[in-house]
Design a protein around this ligand. Structure first.
Ligand code: ZN
Length: 422
């Protein structure tokens, strides 16, 4: 039986809208027509390269897979999606929505070229021209403007790691209610580590601040945990509806893990820190022995960790800024080797008193009893090997929160919840 894969992107504009909301409404139409059972898995929310210069607000694209009777069925679904976008989207500014779709017979054998295109869209800058060439090769159809790039990329999302997001929507004509921190704290404790980035100290992180129709989003590795927490809050704060998406958020899919500095891409460098300079704003400029420079902004909360790090062997990663010397915008730092050692004199072997050196002879003399001898110094390595991540409030969609370490891939073994959209 054939399947229709359909993706959308770039349906949000300066003053509102949200691509996830268009997909939500699409799914609601399928429910009304009793077609929910034809939806394979969960709809997918794919975040693309956060460093591309021209992007929509959240840089999100979406896709869904639907079981169909015949290829002609596909046309109806695509037309429904098209008319939804037409009704919903205000074409202002650089908003340029797009749809990508294709019919496949085997979901287990997605064309490698399409998967490659998805990966490239998450890590690199891709052109409209490339999207058209890939679409031709994999028999996908593109309809609309620049949004077809993200729409096509989302079709190639074949996850090796994934997370979920429960997204609740609010009535358009109402102010977004402030969510009580105590609600979030209680549910955060009850669902950890299967939900993440709910709060940072006394700051609620599940509520967006933009003009979009999102009321809140609960991210996590288990659809059942995001469902329980999300459903409670959706009821309490008057959501008009909600949906659970399978996403690439928090998976670090945007990291290239290569040392090459290419503008707008993510890079990894390893080297010895030769200098850390703080400017008057508290941002830290790190210089490595290979001449590479990396900038850790104060608000990321990383710079404090960098005091006394000279000489440490460190791995630094982040986005490459397209300025002259191509410095790195730091997302994270891992100290691999701490070269710093503390050297102390031993205590006197006769009386236990403190010992002092006697100049260049290498001899030590006890300050209390006068004993003199050649004794080895005590060398204590500091061994401060650490991983520094930005504070939770500064996370971008694709960065992996440290509480997710060890849970990678778990999401793919989770059964689809019976209730996943309302
Ligand atoms: Zn002594």
């Amino acid at each position: 039986m054939p399947y229709l894969m359909i993706g959308i992107d770039d349906t949000d504009w300066e003053g509102g809208g949200c691509t996830t909301y268009v997909m939500y409404l699409f799914v609601k139409y399928l429910i009304k027509d009793g077609l929910t059972n034809n939806i394979v898995g969960l709809p997918r929310l794919t975040r693309l390269n956060p460093y591309v210069p021209f992007k929509t607000r959240g840089n999100a694209s979406l896709s869904i897979i639907i079981r169909i009777e015949s290829e002609s069925d596909a046309v109806n679904y695509v037309e429904l999606m098209y008319s939804l976008i037409d009704q919903m989207v205000k074409r202002v500014g650089k908003t340029s929505p797009g749809i990508a779709y294709m019919v496949v017979n085997d979901l287990l054998n997605i064309n490698e070229r399409l998967i490659w295109f998805y990966r490239k869209s998450v890590r690199d800058v891709v052109t409209l021209d490339l999207a058209h060439r890939v679409a031709d090769k994999v028999n996908a159809r593109l309809v609309g403007g620049r949004g077809v790039i993200g729409a096509l990329a989302s079709l190639g999302f074949v996850p090796v790691d994934a997370t979920y997001e429960f997204i609740a929507y609010r009535p358009e004509d109402e102010e977004r209610p402030a969510i009580d921190i105590n609600d979030v704290k209680a549910w955060d404790e009850a669902t950890r580590p299967f939900t993440f980035l709910n709060l940072y100290n006394d700051q609620v992180l599940i509520e967006p601040h933009g003009p979009d129709p999102v009321l809140f989003g609960i991210r996590g590795d288990s659809p059942h945990h995001v469902l329980t927490m999300g459903n409670y809050l959706a009821n309490k704060y008057n959501a008009i509806g909600w949906i659970i998406y399978l996403t690439n958020q928090g998976t670090e899919e945007h990291r290239s893990h290569v040392g090459e500095f290419i503008p707008y891409r993510n890079a990894d460098i390893t080297g010895v820190i030769t200098n850390v300079a703080f400017d008057d704003k508290g941002h830290a400029l790190i210089t490595l022995d290979n001449g590479r420079k990396a900038l850790a902004y104060r608000h990321l909360g990383i710079s404090r960790e960098l005091m006394n790090c000279d000489g440490c062997l460190a791995q630094v990663w982040g986005g490459v800024k397209p300025n002259g010397d191509l410095s790195l915008y730091v997302e994270g730092i891992r100290v691999l080797h701490d070269r710093y050692v503390e050297v102390r004199n031993p205590r006197c072997p006769m009386c236990g008193g403190p010992m002092e050196s006697m100049g260049r002879s290498g001899l030590l003399r006890c300050k209390r009893c006068g004993f003199q001898g050649k004794l080895p110094r005590i060398i204590t390595p500091r061994n401060r090997w650490f991983l520094a991540n930005p504070r939770a409030s500064e996370y971008r969609h694709l960065m992996k929160p440290s509480e997710r370490v060890g849970l990678e891939g778990l999401a793919l073994y989770m059964p689809k919840p019976f209730l996943w959209v309302y």
